[in-house]
Design a protein around this ligand. Sequence first.
Ligand code: COA
Length: 246
Amino acid sequence: MAGLGRVARVVSEVRCDVRAARDRDPAARGVARAEILATWPGIHALLAYRVAHALYQAGVPLLPRLISMLTRALTGIEIHPAARIGCGLFIDHGAGVVIGETADIGKDVTLYQGVTLGGTGFATGKRHPTVQDNVTIGSGAKLLGPITVGHGAKIGANSVVITDVPANATVVGNPGHPVRVDGRRVEGPDADWIHLPDPIAEAIQALSSRIVTLERQLAELSDAEPAPAAEVRPLRSVRGPNPAGG
Ligand SMILES: CC(C)(COP(=O)(O)OP(=O)(O)OC[C@H]1O[C@@H](n2cnc3c(N)ncnc32)[C@H](O)[C@@H]1OP(=O)(O)O)[C@@H](O)C(=O)NCCC(=O)NCCS
């Protein structure tokens, strides 16, 4: 009975995945479900994962990992059988996608090729990202560690994300940082990731101005000409347009 329940669940999840491909892949417009099922590598990877995951949950040894390994060889998509993936995941193109053992993916998520949901090192336990519903992750993005990506967030292509992402935020760059939240530009000094203050130059500047004061007082006492003040320039400019738009 439990076996039949698992089969029914796998079938309904695969239906949901095929529907997601039809809805979200512009190349799937007008393509029959059977053709998508037969020729979309993302669908093959998910079908294999759904079977492997059911076997893994049933405690079947070896087979789930063998399925995962063969699927990687066929599609270039590697999904650990223990990962948890909600219905309606769409993996576009697919090659190079890696989904780690403790990754947790919600419903209706979209991944492009080259996305990694990975760990940061040799830690054990929960070490891969949790991705909530309706998230889109651009090609080549690396999401590392047990972070949470809030529902509806978008991760730009080639971003490297190692901290939590708020819901409905757009995160880009390396390190990944929010440039939009709820469709609005991120404002304020914390939004500027390029024009950062230079604390070393600031400290040297403070010391320099104290030396200037001391030299002036010395010059007054000894009737000598005061020495010109040394110029301290920050290594990075703190002016210029804010790349985050703030
Ligand atoms: C991030 C993304 C989802 C767009 O999200 P959005 O909420 O519509 O955001 P916008 O397009 O308005 O871009 C927001 C800002 O981020 C910048 N940006 C967008 N994508 C970026 C990226 N991948 N890397 C760096 N900056 C990026 C934009 O230039 C813009 O900057 P601005 O604030 O100075 O104008 C999209 O750019 C992206 O990367 N999609 C992935 C698509 C993909 O992988 N396709 C592969 C198909 S095979």
